[in-house]
Design a protein around this ligand. Structure first.
Ligand code: ADP
Ligand code: MG
Length: 607
């Protein structure tokens, strides 16, 4: 539902914003119901496109038109770049025609002689939404809730927040898009049970499994594909057109960016029409040539079937992660423009074995849900709670190069985990806290998020007590702190990785983790026995003078032999060999340990 010109003079307004890759919207809650605010031109959707035709930025529909007319000056899909590092660019940049440059350590977009950061461009879109809201509500609007894809990591969430701040918003909360959508569905229908949110947007696919219970929304699992959406359907169709044109003229029209954009635009229009009709007529002027043709729904559906099929695996993975089967679902809700297509609805129905719920406006639900969350944060609705999950396990490196997870993947946020660690060497002056993200055993197979040295009071190995605390806040941002429990000294770092993980990368990590599970388990076992063996070895060496004092020469020789045996075993990398040698060493020192204990006891009793 969309409205315009609503005055709300008495109450401070908090708006909900869907900052989409393709389209952005702003909504707010009016008398308990979310409404999307319209621009002066009467439009609810704002294309997330910025063009710099006459030097200054133009946002929205006009800019989107310039995508065809003026490719050089038009910037779009910047959300793909938000909060990303240069190392992530290779995968993304080839989809984007504009020039990306490095400036002050961040990705910038060059338009003519000016460079704009991705955050600045996002802020321009948000500023436009702010203007829309202020005009529609006839008051100043400064507080907002902004949605992000569920797979957005800490750095991407922080970049979104920063864009909001630059646009003049106080960003009260960053929430996941599927969570917002489920909130919108839940409020309207008061459903209880398990639901799947299938969100196919312009360039991204997101699936979430949620549990709704007594007004509480809990996200059980999320999955998706960051490079899959309505744009791919346009591209597939436009390629068909291009091939036909090339067969006739001998020239590939995609070589001309203006023609390519015109064909993409025609393909998109055809797609939208085919969501309501059996066939449509397209007509494109390419320079002096005119291309026209009929597209039938059968042809289109056949063409896009393999693309839509790619949504199935993430859905199945999400079900697996949530620990449920499709038959357990009580509802499947669809979100995003392309879900208007029957073919998409059928795809969702096939994977979830359930007729999807299409009762909500698929383009507006995310903004509506954000508006509901905004209302909750303004204190108007206290019964609803939102719970999200962390997409990959978070932990620290422990001795031997092993990842020790503190927060497991798919743990609900906000999440807090504490664990006590100790030193491994005598008189260590600091511990190295290496924060990692991933599912593998070996440190090097995971992603390093942060690293800091935490000073500890020097003491014998194993006596220092360092409490490491991980806190993932409601926005999904991780804070790591370390505290020396003996001295009370504390150090905290906010983990803001400058590199983001795409959903595809997350999937690759999970896949690698499953494939390498036996190898990783063996490695962990080796490290574990080695970690047992090394202190035992040091202790035995330390006691050798006592051995000479208390044992026979033969007995000492046995111990020395066992020490040597264990040293060799540690280098062998065979857990069994280490374990056996450790056992022999322990056996050989038993008598010595007994004698030493007796000495200590008799000294004590004499005191
Ligand atoms: P995002 O979340 O990425 O910003 P949206 O949910 O707004 O994206 O979806 C944008 C996509 O939806 C575009 O690819 C657009 O062409 C497509 N779309 C919009 N309306 C329709 C429709 N009626 N039928 C099919 N696709 C549509
Ligand atoms: Mg969206």
């Amino acid at each position: 539902m969309s409205v315009n010109n609503i005055s709300q003079p008495d109450k401070e307004i908090v708006v909900g914003i869907d900052l989409g890759t393709t389209n952005s919207l702003v909504a707010f809650l009016k008398e308990g119901r979310p409404v999307v605010l319209q621009s002066r031109e009467g439009r609810a959707l704002l294309p997330s496109v910025v063009s710099f035709v006459s030097g200054h930025p133009e946002v929205g529909f006009k800019a989107k038109k310039n995508k065809v007319r003026d490719v050089q000056h038009t910037v779009f899909s910047v959300k793909r770049l938000l909060g990303r590092d240069f190392s992530d660019l290779k995968a993304i940049a080839k989809d984007l025609p504009f020039e990306l440059v490095s400036g002050d350590g961040v990705i910038k977009i060059r338009v003519d002689n000016s460079e704009y950061s991705v955050i600045e461009i996002s802020a321009m879109i948000l500023k436009e939404l702010k203007r829309t809201a202020e005009e529609a509500l006839n008051c100043s609007v400064t507080k907002a809730v902004i949605t992000v894809p569920a797979y957005f990591n800490d750095s991407q969430r922080q970049a979104t927040r920063a864009a909001g701040r630059i646009a003049g918003f106080d960003v009260l909360r960053i929430i996941n898009e599927p969570t917002a959508a489920s909130l919108a569905y839940g409020l309207d229908q008061k459903k209880q049970g398990l639901i799947a949110v299938y969100d196919l947007g312009g360039g991204t696919f997101d699936v979430s499994i949620l549990r709704l219970k007594e007004g509480i929304f809990e996200v059980l699992a999320t999955n998706g594909d960051t490079r899959l959406g309505g744009d791919d359907l346009d591209l597939a169709l436009a390629r068909v057109f291009a091939l036909e044109i090339q067969n006739k003229t001998g020239v590939d029209p995609f070589l001309n960016p203006v023609f390519q954009a015109a064909l993409l635009e025609a393909a998109e229009a055809a797609k939208v029409e085919l969501s309501e009709k059996e066939s449509c007529q397209i007509s494109v002027q390419l320079g002096p040539d005119h291309y026209q043709r009929v597209v039938t729904i059968q042809e289109f559906e056949k063409l896009i079937a393999p693309i839509l099929d790619r949504t199935s695996e993430p859905c199945l993975a999400a079900l697996r992660d949530a620990g449920i089967e499709a038959k357990d679902l009580t509802d499947v809700v669809l979100v995003g423009g392309p879900t208007r297509l029957d073919a998409v609805q059928n795809q969702a129905q096939t994977v979830f074995h359930r007729i999807p719920n299409v009762s909500m406006h698929p383009d507006e639900v995310v903004a509506q849900g954000a508006a509901i969350q905004a209302d909750i944060l303004s204190g108007n609705n206290s019964q609803l709670l939102l719970l999200d999950v962390v997409p990959l396990s978070l932990g620290i490196e422990t001795y031997g190069g092993i990842l020790s997870p503190l927060i497991d993947r798919n743990t609900r946020i906000p999440a807090l985990a504490k664990e006590i660690f100790t030193t491994f060497m005598d008189y260590q002056t600091a511990v190295d806290i290496h924060v990692l993200q991933g599912e593998r055993e070996k440190v090097e197979d995971n992603r390093s998020l942060a690293r800091f040295k935490f000073p500890v009071h020097p003491a014998v190995a194993g006596t220092a007590r360092v409490e490491v605390k991980f806190l993932v806040d409601a926005d999904g941002i991780l804070q790591v702190s370390a505290r020396d429990l003996r001295t009370g000294a504390e150090q905290t770092v906010e983990v803001s990785p400058s590199y983001g993980l795409t959903e595809a990368e997350i999937q690759a990590i999970l896949k690698a983790s499953a494939e390498n599970a036996p190898k990783d388990a063996a490695y962990r076992q080796w490290v574990a026995v080695k970690n047992d063996a090394e202190p035992a070895l040091r202790a035995a060496e330390k006691k050798l003078p006592d051995a000479f004092r208390l044992l026979s020469e033969g007995e000492v020789k046995v111990i020395e032999g066992c020490i040597l045996g264990l040293k060799t075993a540690i280098h062998s990398e065979s857990p069994t060999e280490i374990q056996n040698s450790l056992y022999s060493l322990n056996e050989s020192t038993k008598k010595l340990a007994d004698l030493l204990l007796k000495e200590v006891l008799s000294t004590n009793s004499r005191r």
